[in-house]
Write a protein that binds this ligand. Structure first.
Ligand SMILES: *Cc1c(COP(=O)(O)O)cnc(C)c1O
Length: 439
């Protein structure tokens, strides 16, 4: 498969180049030249297929011939070694639990696959430095996915005081090839600093920079796989199937749109948003107006300028009416989120995390008017946000052992202002000048 830039001003690249570069030279996002339709036989066999088989069939055309089929299959078997169960919560309502990976958030799916591809593509003597901005979960998933991967350094930028205790401990205590930068600023500042680093001539000459945000094709494409896998697990139904996706940077939802374009009969996507509602406003008015992000209890969705929106426009040829045919969008407050966590616990005995709760709110709103089967994506384990969950529901959340472990470890982050110059200075000193003095 070849990839172009969503800005259409860069060269066409292969999968390996798209993965290593992260972002196109014209600052656009890489986008495949086509979205292949999967064959009928794939859909006929779907109910009997394993997650890794679905992943292989879906991803093979996107990787193309830069790797052998065996190499692709090995990467996917190794990366997707955890369950993604579809759990019934109420009549016609299902939770797709994406949090059974090592860091207990859905970002494990993309990050683990991407780390393995990148390790294959990074040359033996050309070290790759992965820069990643996180609003919480990306940092831990990427850090865990890349820990000890040879030839790759990871630098995580996160907004000071805006991620949960467990989240912070998960990616600031690992050491080795993982460096955490605690930025005095917002997630948007972190994201902007990363983007500026990619645009900087000197950095791109001296370093092999890559991105592990969902702007990277190797991170967002694997997320399409679990939409198929949800269908595989669904008992036969004659009702239309909709997905509610708790959205921030819209990588997860965009991956779902790819699944639909490949032939999966998804009736509608519900973009469930917290008050950072740039996309719901676009759906309502046709105007896309990025703003500063506002802090909420579903902090992984506190995004004021969702980067994957460019890919959504590309899928539908910039047609607002096509987009609104496929995506319905709602905005919910923290109050709504907490209320829903409480109600679902009382009525269905199911513990939602704040992000899953936003998705549940969206699904419930939609289902009041439509007779469908609804699947919401439960993107994080409630223990990752136990403070918020325990404020909302009268229970004690059980914390998985490996999260318990990371809480005990010492935080190793480096403080930094929300300034690109400081970041640049740090990167050159740490990864370029230190390499020079070694020789
Ligand atoms: C990142 C994240 C989201 C938002 O996903 P996007 O792909 O950025 O829209 C939702 N929930 C959780 C728990 C996350 O970590």
């Amino acid at each position: 498969m070849n990839y172009k830039s969503t800005n259409n001003k860069s060269e066409i690249v292969n999968f390996d180049q798209a993965v290593v570069k992260g972002l196109a030279d014209d600052k656009g996002l890489f986008f495949p030249l086509e979205i292949p339709r999967l064959p009928d036989s794939f859909f006929e066999n779907l109910k009997t297929m394993k997650l890794s088989e679905i992943a292989f069939q879906f991803l093979k055309p996107y990787v193309g011939n830069v790797l052998t089929e065996k190499e692709i299959a090995d990467i996917l078997n190794d990366a997707l070694n955890f369950e993604i169960p579809l759990v019934k919560v109420a009549e016609n309502v299902y939770s797709l639990e994406l949090f059974h990976g090592p860091t207990h958030a859905f970002k494990d799916v993309g990050a683990r696959v991407m780390a393995r591809f990148l390790a294959k593509f990074s040359g033996k003597n050309k070290k790759v430095t992965v820069l990643v901005a996180t609003s919480g979960d990306t940092g831990s998933a990427v850090a865990s996915g890349f820990l000890d991967v040879e030839g790759v350094e990871v630098v995580v930028l996160y907004p000071k005081g805006m991620v949960s205790t467990i989240q912070e401990k998960q990616f600031t205590t690992l050491g080795k090839n993982i460096t955490a930068l605690e930025i005095s600023g917002t997630f948007d500042d972190c994201q902007r600093m990363v983007k500026e680093a990619f645009m900087d001539k000197e950095l791109s000459e001296k370093m092999n920079l890559s991105s592990a945000n969902s702007i990277n094709v190797a991170r967002f494409l694997p997320q399409a796989v679990y939409y198929f896998y949800a269908f595989a697990q669904l008992k036969d139904t004659h009702k239309p199937v909709v997905f509610s996706v708790p959205s921030g940077n819209y990588g997860n939802l965009t991956a779902g749109l790819f699944a639909k374009q490949s032939g999966l009969p998804i009736d509608k996507f519900i973009a469930s948003s917290n008050i950072n509602n740039v996309v719901p406003k676009y759906i309502e008015t046709g105007n896309f107006e990025p703003t500063a992000s506002v802090q909420t209890i579903s902090n992984a969705m506190d995004v004021g300028n969702p980067s994957n929106f460019a890919r959504i426009l590309e899928i539908y040829n910039h047609s607002w009416s096509e987009i609104t045919k496929n995506i319905e969008a709602y905005t919910f407050s923290d109050h709504d989120t907490r209320k829903t966590m409480r109600e679902v616990f009382e009525e269905n005995n199911y513990i939602l995390d704040p992000h899953g709760a936003v998705a549940y709110c969206g699904l419930r709103t939609y289902m009041q008017k439509h007779d469908v089967v609804g699947i919401f994506l439960e993107t994080a384990h409630p223990a990752k946000f136990f403070e918020t969950v325990e404020e909302s529901i009268p229970i004690k959340v059980k914390i998985p052992d490996n999260l318990q472990e990371s809480l005990k470890r010492e935080k190793l982050s480096i403080q930094m202002n929300n300034s690109f110059d400081e970041l640049k200075h740090f990167l050159l000193n740490t990864f370029v000048n230190s390499e020079l003095t070694k020789v």
